[in-house]
Design a binder for this molecule. Structure first.
Ligand code: BG6
Length: 299
């Protein structure tokens, strides 16, 4: 799921750079199509002022690819059921899960359009692009066994390609960060402009998450705990879920200073790497050690 989210978001950045899509909240102020200053007044909200280009929608794309992976993974369990009543149950589960999938996607799309941050075609494009990325990943089983080297190489490729693309177009006098000044100019409240939403902030976050996942999955802590004797126990899994959720909440409280851009990017990379590392390696290892110590004491 993290692979799909990261690669999906990376494609979203590249598509945004290629498509040069405007966002309604600034487009409506700049367009000449409304005569005599009769342009409609679009209400803005604290999350309206996204600073990247608008097409395709990153939220719609991220949501559709992540949910697509979850739904198809859940359905792959029910498809193995063989008897007749199981077929009916599978069909029922299929209908329920895909209905939930589409309700969520439609809700995301409507909310992005409602807050004037996207045009309808941009969210529709986002949903279908997300599904395509996720479907392609289902045919890439190699990611299940990727080594740390593969993670690092993928990270370097994603970074160098995106930066190279940006720099080459800059040499050609095309500024891919054209949307940032527009956002700053037309946002109703300067406090709603968030550095988190800039194209490079998203890239750095994704690179950090993939790196942290690679480190975690290839660590000794992961092998000892998630491949060890406790890994199949329900209690181990429940404890890991509870502890991970608590840790992720704690990470949410860590606010990264935004006054220096480079420092923000470095800290953002570290925070994004620390989160999957904690969930994949640190938490399971601590839970495993705790359970092993308790078992020894009881024996
Ligand atoms: O395109 P949308 O739906 O406004 O989403 C923007 C978001 O898109 C994501 O892809 C980026 O990682 C975020 O940084 C950004 O804020």
């Amino acid at each position: 799921m993290i692979w799909v989210a990261v690669i999906g978001d990376w494609f979203n950045l590249i598509f945004k750079w290629i498509l040069f899509g405007h966002r309604p909240y600034w487009w409506v102020q700049e367009t000449m199509i409304y005569p005599n200053q009769s342009s409609p007044c679009l209400e803005q909200f604290p999350i309206t002022c996204e600073t990247g280009p608008g097409s395709p929608s990153g939220h719609a794309m991220g949501s559709s690819c992540v949910w697509y992976v979850m739904v198809t993974a859940a359905l792959s369990y029910t498809v193995r059921w063989k008897d007749k009543s199981a077929v009916t149950l599978h069909r029922l589960t299929w209908s329920i899960l895909w209905s939930i999938f589409w309700i969520i996607q439609i809700s995301v799309c409507i909310s992005r359009v409602f807050i004037a941050t996207h045009f309808p075609h941009q969210v529709i494009l986002g949903v279908f692009a997300g599904i395509l990325v996720a479907a392609a990943f289902e045919r890439t089983p190699a990611i299940q066994t990727a080594s740390l080297r593969t993670y690092i190489q993928t990270n370097l490729f994603l970074f160098i390609f995106a930066l190279g693309f940006y720099l080459i177009l800059k040499l050609l006098d095309i500024d891919l960060l054209w949307s940032v000044p527009k956002a700053k100019k037309w946002c109703a409240n300067p406090d709603w402009i968030n550095i988190d939403t800039t194209p490079f902030a998203g890239l750095v976050r994704n690179l950090g998450a993939l790196f942290g996942l690679g480190l975690g999955i290839n660590s000794e802590m992961f092998s000892t705990s998630c491949k060890g004797k406790n890994s199949c126990k329900m209690s181990f899994r429940l404890l890991c879920i509870a502890a991970s959720l608590a840790m992720l909440q704690l990470y949410n409280f860590v606010k990264i200073p935004t006054h220096t851009e480079y420092l923000f990017y470095i800290l953002s990379f570290c925070k994004s790497a620390a989160m999957p590392l904690t969930v994949v390696a640190l938490v399971p290892y601590c839970v495993h050690s705790l359970m092993s110590t308790t078992e020894k004491k009881l024996n």
